[in-house]
Design a protein around this ligand. Sequence first.
Ligand SMILES: [Zn+2]
Length: 155
Amino acid sequence: MHIPVGYETSASTKDTRDYRCRTCGHRQQAEVTGIGTGMQTFLNSQGTAQRRARDSARHELRRTIRFAACPKCRRRSGYLKFMAPYLWVTGVFVALGVVFGYAPTWFAMNMRESDKAICATYVTWGFAIFAVLAGGLPLWFRWANNDARVKWLDV
Ligand SMILES: [Zn+2]
């Protein structure tokens, strides 16, 4: 039997936003597309996923125009802010990997030293690789597609 515990949906929104370059001060308007996803579980009321998707799409509008490369000087700014959520995800998984990997060593579990060493290596690296996949890939994808969502309007 299939039990629907939740579902995910996406929404996209388009709006005009003002851009101001933090490097050269150039200002231009752009039509920005924001794509967002929303999830809901069976605990949420009907339409929660759609509402979350719309909110996240609107939030994406702001993120996208902020990170867009300046049409005049081609510079980008706000790298750290753009990368922060992905770096955070990566950092959490790396931290978890270190905690789980070294737990047998730290808590002097009843394990052979060689097994502890294997655990420390493989668990930590397993989490680290997963961290890169979970944080790095979405970041790369989002980065590569950012400017395709910005259509500069004539001044
Ligand atoms: Zn500029």
